[in-house]
Design a binder for this molecule. Sequence first.
Ligand code: DQA
Length: 146
Amino acid sequence: MTANVLILNGPNLNRLGTREPDIYGTASFADLVSLCTNEAQALGLIADVRQSNDEAELIGWLHEAADALTPVIFNPAAFTHYSYALRDACALISAPLIEVHLSNPAAREEFRQTSVISGVADGVIAGFGIESYRLALQAIFRMTSV
Ligand code: DQA
């Protein structure tokens, strides 16, 4: 069945669980996929969760969402702070687009306090660990059900 929400994750998020657990928590990427799949199912949605370390692959997936009018939950990871190419791809999306982060970048190093994505997102959810994704799915559900 066609996904009705695409959940995209950028570089290094495949290392969740062992990557700086004091900042990103101990849940693995597999745990993140389970949370998203289960929460989507509870809301009557179908989630397709993907991760890539490659900017070009992420751009291709955003184009796919733009063409299919699919809502997107996007954690661009470090690309958040400098990828104008990803920002431009996000600007093509007409369905809801929520930017998510596990940590709260606004409370971290100065370079993380800029997001080039936020200006083309409908909203941003950050700082709740993998629960940020649950909140984003709930937001997508509310934004897409009349
Ligand atoms: C992150 C925050 C980014 O600054 C960082 O580069 C990441 C993860 C987060 O989810 O907290 O890789 O997007």
